[in-house]
Design a protein around this ligand. Structure first.
Ligand SMILES: O=C1O[C@H](COP(=O)(O)O)[C@@H](O)[C@H](O)[C@H]1O
Length: 259
C-alpha cells in the first residue's frame, strides 16, 4: 500500500532547500519523540546536497538528537572512499561533518576500495546484509522501514540509481549493483523499489527547469519501468518538493504553492 503524491512548490531552489531542512527537523524530532530514534535515507545530487547544507546551517538543527538518528543512503556511485563524486562525500561535507552523529549509526554504501574491492555485486550484498541486521520486527521486509527517504530526480526520470529500463527497476532484492548507468559513473549501488516503497515517507526534491518534463511525466500516471520517479512512493506519505522551475509543466490543479 503506497500513498498518493502531494506536491508543494517553492519560489526558488534556495527556499526549497531551506524548506526541506525545516521539514526534516520537524519530522525527525516528532519521530524521535514518539519512537525514541529515527532513520533517514540521504540522496546525492544538487538539490539533495543543498538541502543537507541548509540543515547544517539551520539553528533548529540542534533540536534533532543526532545520536539517535540512523543515516542510510539511497544510492551511491561506486568509487573510492572520499572521491568527490561519491554521494557520501557530499553528505559528509555538507552536513555530517558538522553535527554530532553517532558514527556507528552512519551507514554509507561500500566504496570501490572497501572490503569487497571492486566487486560491486558483493558490495551490494554487504549493504543488504547491513540493512537486514537493522530491521525490527515491525518493519515491512528484510530492511528497516525508513522514516524519511530523500530522493533527487534526474532529467531522465531516474531516482536513486534506478534508471529507465535497466534491470534494477525490476529487481526484488532491496539493494542491487547497477552496471551501465547512462549518467557517470556507470557502476553504482542502489536501493530498489521494495526498499523505497517500504519507507514511511518518501520526499522527492527537484529543482530546475531541465527537470520539469520529468516531474510532469512522473506525476501523470506513467509506469515506473520507463519513469522510475513514478514508482517512488512512501507507505504513509509521498511528497514532491519542487521549485517553480521544476513545477512549470505541471497542470495547475497539481501545483500547491508553499504559502
Ligand atoms: O546521480 C545521481 O543523480 C540524482 C539526481 O541528481 P541531480 O544533481 O540531477 O539532482 C541523485 O538523486 C542521485 O542520488 C545521484 O546518485
Amino acid at each position: 500500500m503506497t500513498s498518493t503524491p502531494e506536491v508543494v512548490v517553492h519560489a526558488n531552489a534556495e527556499l526549497l532547500a531551506q524548506s526541506v531542512a525545516a521539514r526534516l527537523v520537524t519530522r525527525l524530532v516528532d519521530v524521535q519523540a514518539s519512537r525514541g530514534s529515527a532513520s533517514v535515507v540521504l540522496t546525492g545530487g544538487g538539490i539533495g546536497t543543498a538541502s543537507l547544507a541548509a540543515l547544517a546551517s539551520a539553528p533548529a538543527r540542534d533540536a534533532i538528537d543526532w545520536s539517535r538518528l540512523d543515516i542510510w543512503w539511497g544510492d551511491e556511485r561506486f568509487l573510492p572512499t572520499g572521491h568527490p563524486e561519491r554521494n557520501e562525500t557530499g553528505a559528509r561535507q555538507a552536513l555530517l561533518d558538522h553535527v554530532p552523529v553517532d558514527p556507528t549509526r552512519v551507514h554509507p554504501m561500500p566504496a570501490s576500495d572497501g572490503p569487497d574491492g571492486d566487486d560491486v555485486e558483493a558490495a551490494a550484498r554487504r549493504y543488504a546484509a547491513e540493512l537486514a541486521a537493522a530491521r525490527r520486527p515491525e518493519d515491512h521486509g528484510p530492511f528497516p522501514s525508513f522514516d524519511v527517504l530523500l530522493l533527487g530526480v534526474g532529467p531522465d526520470c531516474h531516482v536513486a540509481s534506478l534508471f529507465p529500463g535497466l534491470p534494477a527497476v525490476y529487481d526484488e532484492r532491496p539493494v542491487v549493483a547497477v552496471h551501465g548507468a547512462p549518467k557517470p559513473p556507470p557502476t553504482r549501488i542502489s536501493l530498489t523499489f521494495p526498499a523505497i516503497q517500504a519507507a514511511r515517507e518518501v520526499w522527492l526534491l527537484v529543482a530546475g527547469e531541465e527537470k520539469a518534463p520529468a516531474v510532469r511525466l512522473a506525476l501523470s500516471g506513467a509506469g515506473h519501468v520507463q519513469v522510475p520517479a513514478a514508482g517512488a512512493r512512501g507507505r504513509q506519505r509521498t511528497l514532491w518538493l519542487l521549485d517553480q522551475a521544476a513545477a512549470a509543466q505541471l497542470p495547475s490543479d497539481l501545483r500547491r504553492p508553499s504559502v
